[in-house]
Structures are given as C-alpha cells and as structure tokens.
Design a protein around this ligand. Sequence first.
Ligand code: ADP
Length: 232
Amino acid sequence: MDLVRIKNVEKKYKNGVTALYDLNLAIEKGAFVFVIGGSGSGKSTLIKMLYREEKPTKGQIIVGGLDVAKLKNRKVYKLRRKLGIVFQDYRLLPKQTVYENVAFALEVIGAKKDEIRVKVLKALEDVGLKHKLHEYPDHLSGGEQQRVAIARAIVNDPKLLLCDEPTGNLDPEMSMEIMKVLEEINNKRGTTIIMVTHDKDIVNKMKKQVITLKEGRLVNFKKKGTYNNEAI
Ligand code: ADP
C-alpha cells in the first residue's frame, strides 16, 4: 500500500521559478526514503508540499488518503496529525524542559494529562533520552537536541516522518546516532520516513531507498540505493 502518491506534480513559484517538473512518485507504507540532489534541485519544495506549506501548481499529492492540495485550510490539521516533521535546526522551545517540549505537541491537540505522560515517556525512551527529561535544550548536545525534536515529531505516532536535513548541523558520529534512532523508529513503529540529506556517507551506509532530484526533475529512484553522481 502506498502512503504517498505524487502524480504529475509541478511547482512554479510566484517569481516564475519552476522548482519541480512533472513529478511522479509512490512511496509505500513503512518505507525509508532518502531524497538527494544538489542545492536548488527541489528537495525542500517536495517536503513542503507534503505538509502543505506549499501547494503544487499542477498535479495531485495524496498522503495517507488525503488529497493534500485540495484540503481546505481549516482541514489541514487532519494532514498535520498524520505527520511528524524534523528540521535541521531542531526548533525546540528554549525555556521549556525536554519533557515539556515533547508534551507540547500533544497539549495543542487537547490530549489528556495521563495520556500525554505515557506517550512522552515512550517517545523519549525511543530516542534514548528518558534520563534527561528535566533538562533544558541548551544543556544538551546538538545530537541530543535533535533527538528531542525527533521525540516531539513521533510522540503522536504519525504515519509519516518528514526530515529536512536532520543531521546537517551534526558531526559524523552524532549523525550516525541520529540515523540509528530513525532506523529504529522505522523498524519498530513502522513509521514511513522521508529524509532530505546531503550526507553521502549516511546514504551509502544505510542502504535505503534513494530518490535523486536534479534541477526539478526526478532522475533516479532506487530501492537500495547509494549516493549517485547524478545528485551532484
Ligand atoms: P533544494 O531544497 O533542493 O535546495 P528548493 O526546493 O529549496 O531546493 O528550491 C528549488 C528552486 O525553487 C530553487 O531554484 C529555489 O531558488 C526556488 N525556490 C524555493 N523556494 C522558493 C520560494 N519560496 N519562492 C521562490 N522560489 C523559490
């Protein structure tokens, strides 16, 4: 079963730049997919369209049965509940503890206190940070902060986890730790993961699916891929 279907999608920005041309793609449930390609190849645009930060100018995007471009603004929450998003720069609340940062994602959807506690502790356990729940973000390493951001993204058990260069600010060792955490989430929770990256070593080590974009076009989609030269 496909969790994501992209049909004949074009994205042209208002300034006239076409970021993506006639993109067709299907990503099955439970997949782990890297999106690679040079700067400006359309990677972020693709991710942004999946969470409805941007709308395609042509074509159709289906995520978990929802027709993303056609969703009314007041229904976008239905899509967002199916998704977790992780960014390069963590985006944690500095004055909130680790626990509070993760709990926040559930508080905004009105979850009950007991349910919040159970889910937050489970998410922190899954990222290996249960022992740091009372810490503040600035007392954590970059890798730990990113693990908190991952816990926040998975706390409501989304079907899809979108990661936009999650290891972009981390050294190789911390990057591999993040990759282990993501792989485990993919294996244990069955969460589908789509991750944009520039990191050649990571792509080559993980042997996951690899989508290569070049100048707004999909040029390669491999089931067990490596970082290919078309991405440069
Ligand atoms: P990547 O993530 O691969 O670096 P992007 O998706 O950010 O690529 O960008 C693809 C193209 O779209 C680039 O030419 C970029 O300048 C352009 N672009 C991205 N965002 C916008 C925007 N908000 N308005 C206009 N052009 C944009």
